[in-house]
Design a protein around this ligand. Sequence first.
Ligand SMILES: [Zn+2]
Length: 445
Amino acid sequence: MKRLLKGGHLVDPLQGIDGVRDVLLDGDRVVEIGIDLPVAADVEVAEVPAGCVVCPGFVDMHVHLREPGQEHKETIATGTAAAAVGGFTAVACMPNTQPVNDSAAVTRAILERASLVGSVRVYPIGAVSKGMKGETLSEIADLREAGCVAISDDGKPVLTALLMRRALEYAGMFNLPVIDHCEEPTLKGEGVAHEGYIASMLGLRGIPATAESIMVERDIALAEMTGSAVHIAHLSTRQALRGVWAAKARGIAVTCEVTPHHFSLTDQRLTAPIGYDTNLKMNPPLREQADVDAMIQGLRAGTVDVIATDHAPHQQDEKHVEFDRAPFGIIGLETAVPLTIDRLVHGGVITLRRMVQLLSVNPSRILNLPGGTLRAGRPADLTIIAPSVSTTVDLSKSKSLSRNSPFDGWSLRGSVAATIVGGRTVYVNHEVPGAAVFGPAAVRA
Ligand SMILES: [Zn+2]
């Protein structure tokens, strides 16, 4: 079936387009982009509502889907349904499942499940080390063969410099990026919050900024030595960002991502309105204002490549404990795009074009995915946003199985209007006037 999205504002940086274009889809592919495309008899026409922006599908390259093993927190069905609502047409899922995704069998099981129940595309990330124990490398060639798009021990850093060196050497041979959760474990110690004034005041054990930057510098040195690509997950400190900036200037293959919470919140939130809110406990922790300012500057200037959520579902009873004992992490799939539009686009930090680079072009390029553009012949994966329509975050309506978010009740200017994956509409936001033209949605959970 052919479908023509007519008269929308298309932002597709790889084609140099930022203006009104028609987008013609045929089945699961884009077939033509143009101004005032003719309407053939067999084409279904959807007039894109005024104010909506059509973008190549957004990709969240840092998600924890929890399946297999922790299906009480999230499943592939619920996590990808949340992704669809959040405007993501694809997610890359981290390997810290139970069992760990360190073998082709686990990778294949995830992909099989995703093909049955997934609302959006799922790209598994394999473990760097067997069992994520930081001892021996997993079978990287097998993981790639089975469908992994990167390797990472996320949740933990790649423990030793030697293991990181080997990982970069092997993964580099297969053109797979190594994604590292940068945290020097002895400096992190038993820390639960950013080391600084707020943690001292609240009597919480601190995680110093240096725990992050020291590992980022190690990884940069090893990327330079091996010539392989390293991607820094959830970068949060100005010191680490400075390291990435300097490495990029020297031509080293390093990229990095920042989460919406690290550009929207500081550790100051830990004091009010609810003190010790465990929905503000994540790793890396919320940092101080100078770090948030640096993240924003990095997003603006291009030192930061990607916005990724680090969507980390935990059940309410797991979070309803003392701050010290609560697990790290918050969900983020459904709030990332409204936060990005509200804070960064309306905040005057980035243009829509840069937003599409951060959410689509760059994650697709880093993971070697076919998305990132709506060029003719590419998959019909589209995210349609309504930048001027406000969203009020209501966790009770979340598609995720978990509710651990600090953004409940927030009113944000910016909404997802519809999400289309492989030509199939998987989400329509009926709060956006006129968005029904993209429906009906076929979310699978
Ligand atoms: Zn992590």
